[in-house]
Design a binder for this molecule. Structure first.
Ligand code: SF4
Length: 64
């Protein structure tokens, strides 16, 4: 995504089964390579991950 991935927007590199199309490739963004998944972020299902990530997004968004 040339201008970065806005919060709440699905990454264009996500496949239909929610896998990274760039995984293991040199063009995968450095921030993605550095990120280490954690149960507090991922939960135990895709639905739980979305709830947790949305909550983190709200808790860390800049004040307007
Ligand atoms: S790991 Fe990064 S590049 Fe891959 S799908 Fe997720 S946000 Fe997109």
């Amino acid at each position: 995504m040339p201008h970065g991935k806005p919060a709440g927007v699905r990454c264009v590199q996500l496949t239909a089964d929610n896998r990274c199309a760039l995984y293991g490739k040199p063009e995968r963004p450095a921030v993605c390579v550095r990120l280490r998944p954690h149960p507090e972020m991922c939960g135990t299902s895709a639905d739980e991950a979305m709830r947790l990530l949305n909550a983190l997004e709200l808790a860390t968004q800049p004040e307007k």
